[in-house]
Ligand binder design. Structure first.
Ligand SMILES: Nc1ncnc2c1ncn2[C@@H]1O[C@H](COP(=O)(O)OP(=O)(O)OP(=O)(O)O)[C@@H](O)[C@H]1O
Length: 919
């Protein structure tokens, strides 16, 4: 009996809101569960005493389940409150505790950004400078202030520390004035400087200097600033011999692209570049939260409840409205003001579409039939109960809960697959079952109007994707699938669910790989659908939805849709080619062949240009098969050779049986090489497989066995030292594992004339020069690189040698690779390396040491930037197998972890092991 009562209270607390508060009185609950009021009251008060129930002593007294309430709102400090207002006042205080977590979007679109900001400001001593990039009005200044509040809250700066903001754009035409403002000046520095004057860097000492529109800073200004960023010292204008110090934290903001507006040396010193999305790039929920917060603010200012029509809400949230946050805020302010004047004496003021400013008129007209129009209800904002706004309707809340549970299961159960507790097959079956149950519930047990515009637009677009798949791969579309996927996306409302699961970021790549390999067809189809929706509807493409839809489709009957080879039948005559292609496509029940019909007098030039046109407009990574009719095979192959980027199999004397034969090989999933071989067995034909030759651009490949990230970094250093903008060859970072495994078969060798590979480990490819990064650092191989280049290009050799020696010195490399103080980080890494030698009783070769230095510095930077390393599928086995080594390495690197306030992941430790113990 008691439990029934408590369970009932739990259930209704899920849907608590200001308007249904009466349902939570003892009387009302007693009626619902057929008990006497006094028994219910006694049990409820007992629950309050035991700390499981919250009591609000209004009239009538109401009771709420504490656990459910704190999950939805906040943890209450006591169990009894005088009024709802008192309860929510406490919530407001709690909410205000972490100024950055409170920023709208902190758990969605701005999640990464907020994490990066926190890492930057907590960085030892004086934090790292932060650059905020985003369109005008997107909230850069707002965020800078939140960062300031956060620093105070975390005791990083004093509560009275200065926050000084300067808009550099105002001084664009007077850079000297700007410099003197920033750095101060000495008496006599320029005409009118009649006494020494402090600069803003000094005024903001101990606090934050926010430089808005910082791209307006001149090159000299940037140089002076980065000297300050490096050393904490600067000189006032007029006297370079004075070295002033300031502990000023810097936040920059710009609306411009970083690469084109700043000196590279300045960019390099900006470890934390935060992109702030504009309003239209926010999720629908965030837009609503922003709009809500602005209306609530107006309610507070005007001291009135504000009722806003659903048309106004949907106009403000419509994805085609391009105003930024600042603009939306102004529109809301204006319309509330207008309505206030109109309804001054009313208790509730109403904001309607006619209250919007005139500048919105054009958008309103466009918006009339907008997809989101039916998605929202009128909303009321009451400054006295701001938190109550968050509550959705009862049904919505439960649906969201159920959807969340199914999504969370994807991760929870996958962890069991990883530990070997359940098999992949069982996992897939279980997830498919969960997904189907949820979809059944959404479709059959919820009431919603399928004619609603959003739903119908979703299903229209999904139908479109299925139609495309039907035409391209010949499988039947089916109303049920369309309905199911549309319902899911409709109810899910673009929410990101798994971002709230603590293991999502680590499981995500593994789960996606799993889906791709175990449910290839379903995930391919799911990708097509989501891609399409994101293009047509501006709908976010979320990996979590890809996973859901893949599980769903995996249970349905879909055909093999693996990476296709394009095939064209090309023949003279008005319909010769298309009729052959048609017959084959119909008989094989799949659209495998395209046709190009050509009038009889078509020249070989025309044919060539038609084929090139096709290649340019199609993705033909897996190859192209050309079935031609006119015995001009060798002619065509010579012409195409140097214009193609993938293999083309040209087959002459096309006939319908031949097309069918190839079609059946394609259906068996054969690749272009296999088709080339097999076709010989059955039919005697004339054919040639052509790879591009001649005219190949020259290239140097870079690679690193710890992943693409480092390969890219080696490429960048090389580019710098070779002044690559002017070099007539490409420098291409490439996957080490692929090179090692497939050697000359890898794509770069088809496309480029590869002069050399530079990397941290030799993929051992016959006939291709390899130069070790370590040997460039110790100078042994610099001559070899110069020799290779000398042979192919003209260079100022002396200068080149100088540049190479300079750029490939260890300190210089580290300086180039990281934003960290190279001396400090090298010292730490050297210490860790010494410890490794000592503790493992080994002696590392000089070359290994170099590699380890470079790698470790990159690693620290990578962790600070929150970049992931490449996947390692066997990491758990590795940790198990090499437990002792792993522990030892972790111990040796613990000082770096402490000094740089980072956590080195298992994957990173493994990469270090690979370097130390590789042969
Ligand atoms: N997340 C947010 N929560 C609440 N208010 C916000 C948020 N983001 C922006 N605003 C509000 O929007 C308005 C514009 O923001 P802000 O001035 O910070 O933009 P900005 O990017 O600095 O613009 P500009 O580049 O033009 O200087 C401000 O009134 C700010 O308070």
């Amino acid at each position: 009996m008691k439990n029934d009562l408590y369970n009932y209270l739990k259930k209704i607390t899920e849907n608590f809101n200001k308007d249904n508060a009466k349902l939570f009185s003892a009387n009302s609950i007693a009626k619902k569960i057929n008990l006497s009021r006094s028994t219910v009251s006694s049990y409820l008060n007992k629950g309050v005493k035991q700390g499981n129930i919250i009591k609000i002593k209004e009239y009538p007294v109401i009771f709420l389940d504490k656990e459910v309430f704190s999950r939805i709102y906040f943890k209450t400090s006591v169990n009894e409150y005088e009024s709802l207002e008192e309860l929510f006042n406490e919530g407001r205080k709690i909410k205000n505790r972490d100024p950055l977590d409170n920023v709208i979007g902190a758990r969605q679109s701005l999640r990464e950004q907020i994490e990066q900001i926190k890492t930057a400001v907590l960085y030892p001593e004086n934090g790292l400078p932060i650059m905020l990039v985003g369109p005008s009005g997107s909230g850069k200044t707002y965020l800078a202030k939140c960062i300031y509040d956060y620093c105070i809250q975390e005791n990083l700066i004093h509560e009275n520390a200065p926050f000084i903001s300067l808009n550099c754009a105002q001084y664009y035409h007077n850079p000297e004035l700007l410099s003197s403002l920033l750095f101060g000046y000495t008496k006599g520095a320029f005409t009118g400087a009649d006494k020494d004057k402090k600069g803003l860097l000094e005024d903001a000492d101990g606090g934050i200097l926010f430089l808005d529109e910082v791209h307006r800073l001149t090159n000299q200004g940037q140089e002076k600033l980065f000297t300050f960023m490096d050393s904490g010292e600067y000189s006032p204008i007029g006297d370079n011999s004075i070295n002033k110090k300031a502990k000023t934290r810097l936040i920059f903001a710009t609306t411009e692209s970083i690469q084109s507006s700043f000196l590279p040396t300045f960019i390099r010193r900006l470890p934390v570049i935060i992109n702030i999305p504009g309003f239209s790039e926010r999720t629908q929920q965030e837009k609503l939260d922003l709009v809500d917060s602005f209306f609530l603010k107006e309610s507070e200012i005007l001291k009135r409840s504000i009722k806003v029509s659903k048309q106004v809400i949907s106009f403000l949230l419509s994805s085609n409205y391009d105003g930024n946050v600042g603009k939306i805020k102004n529109i809301i302010k204006y319309s509330c003001g207008k309505s206030y004047v109109r309804m001054k004496d009313a208790e509730v003021i109403k904001v309607r579409i006619t209250d919007l400013p005139i500048e919105c008129e054009k958008h309103i007209k466009e918006n009339i039939n907008h997809q989101f129009l039916n998605r929202y209800q009128d909303r009321t904002y009451d400054y006295k109960y701001p938190e109550l706004l968050n509550i959705n309707s009862k049904e919505q809340k439960n649906i969201q809960k159920n959807i969340t549970a199914v999504y969370f299961q994807f991760i929870e159960k996958f962890k069991q697959v990883e530990c070997g507790d359940i098999t992949p097959d069982y996992y897939i079956k279980k997830m498919m079952n969960n997904v189907n149950l949820l979809l059944d519930e959404l479709i059959f047990n919820t009431e919603f109007d399928q004619d609603q515009s959003l739903f119908s637009i979703l299903s229209f677009n999904i139908r479109f994707s299925f139609k495309y798949m039907e035409e391209t791969y010949g499988f039947k579309q089916d109303g049920n699938k369309i309905l199911s996927i549309a319902s899911l996306l409709y109810f899910k409302e673009e929410h990101k669910i798994l971002i709230n699961h603590p293991d999502w970021s680590s499981i995500r790549p593994k789960l996606l790989t799993f889906i791709n390999s175990y449910m290839k067809n379903a995930s391919y189809l799911a990708k097509v659908i989501l891609n399409n929706l994101s293009k047509q509807l501006d709908y976010p493409f979320l990996d979590e939805d890809l996973i859901f839809i893949s599980f769903y489709l995996n249970g349905t009957n879909i055909q093999n849709v693996k990476g296709e080879i394009n095939s064209i039948v090309l023949a003279h005559g008005y319909s010769t080619a298309s009729s052959m292609a048609n017959v084959a496509n119909r008989l094989l029940k799949k659209n495998l062949f395209q046709a190009i019909d050509m009038p009889i007098n078509t020249t070989i030039d025309d044919i060539e240009s038609k084929i090139i046109d096709f290649i340019d407009n199609h993705i033909i990574e897996n190859g192209l098969i050309l079935l031609v009719d006119m015995g001009s095979l060798s002619n065509l192959s010579t012409r195409l050779k140097d214009k193609i980027k993938c293999p083309i199999l040209i087959i002459d004397y096309v006939s319908t049986p031949l097309v069918l034969e190839i079609g059946s090989l394609l259906l068996q999933g054969k690749n272009i090489n296999e088709i080339n071989e097999e076709i010989l067995k059955n039919i005697k034909i004339n054919k040639q497989l052509v790879y591009p030759v001649g005219k190949k651009k020259k290239a140097i490949l870079t690679c690193c066995y710890t992943g693409m990230g480092s390969a890219i970094q080696i490429q960048e250093i090389l580019q710098k030292s070779l002044n690559h903008d002017n070099t007539p060859f490409a420098i291409i970072p490439y996957d080490y594992k692929k090179l090692k495994q497939n050697k000359l078969k890898e794509l770069p060798f088809q496309i480029y004339d590869v002069l050399a590979i530079i990397g941290t480990s030799d993929p051992k490819i016959d006939g291709v020069n390899y130069i070790g990064l370590d040997q460039l650092i110790n100078g042994e191989e610099i001559e070899k690189l110069i020799d290779i280049l000398r042979y192919n290009f003209q260079f100022d050799e002396q200068q080149l040698k100088k540049d190479l020696v300079f750029n490939f010195s260890i300190k210089r490399i580290v300086e180039n690779l990281t934003i960290l103080d190279p001396n400090k980080i090298l010292r730490l890494v050297e210490k860790a390396t010494d410890r490794i030698e000592e503790n493992l009783n080994i002696k590392l070769s000089n070359n290994k040491r170099f590699l380890l230095y470079v790698h470790s510095c990159c690693m620290v930077e990578r962790i600070l930037r929150k970049e992931n390393v490449d996947d390692q599928n066997d990491i758990s086995q590795f940790l198990e197998r090499e437990k002792r080594k792993v522990e030892m390495i972790r111990y040796c690197f613990s000082e770096i972890e402490k000094e740089c306030t980072i956590k080195i992941s298992d994957q990173e430790i493994r990469l270090i092991c690979d370097i130390i113990f590789s042969h």
